[in-house]
Write a protein that binds this ligand. Sequence first.
Ligand code: COA
Length: 164
Amino acid sequence: MTVRRDLRWAPPIADRPLRGARLREAAAAELIELRRAVLRAGRDRPPAGIAEDDDPATVHLAVLDEEGEIVGALTLAAQPCPDDPDAAAVRLALMAVAATHQRQGVGSALVEAAQGLASGRLDLIWATARDSALGFYERRGFRITSPGFIGAMGLPHHRMVWRP
Ligand SMILES: CC(C)(COP(=O)(O)OP(=O)(O)OC[C@H]1O[C@@H](n2cnc3c(N)ncnc32)[C@H](O)[C@@H]1OP(=O)(O)O)[C@@H](O)C(=O)NCCC(=O)NCCS
């Protein structure tokens, strides 16, 4: 199976309830503020967006609290995995949960939704994970596939892969 950048690889997902919150698909523009706050220390540089944000094949998932505020998000971009370039793959990018909502299952719900979308459609999901989040991804079944390197924000990262 090949991921074509001009085709959606995942069906639209239904809005679903989540312990007083809800999980739904989102547009990239809705996520910039959360990404900037959580992943860019509130700064504008480096940018809180990626080139694939508006690609029709890209899927953004968000968790909204009871007031409709976006408190968690991730982005799935159709990009080959350096460890397995021929695999049908998406990159999980810009995973962020608001500081007020961390450690309450929001991140897990987002990753599980992504894994549900990928199952039966893709060979793998990969990510460049901050070392501080390696344990989180490992609990969700991702495995480290690269030596450590310095990535976004000058922080140590490892590449990780999950296969259905
Ligand atoms: C890392 C992050 C996405 C996790 O989301 P979250 O909503 O806080 O995580 P959850 O509440 O779903 O935690 C799920 C499990 O992982 C554990 N966990 C959460 N963050 C962890 C971390 N940084 N390291 C190790 N374990 C972690 C939790 O204890 C929990 O364990 P359990 O399944 O036994 O209950 C979130 O904390 C975050 O946005 N952090 C700052 C930005 C960041 O690091 N993003 C990832 C960039 S690659």
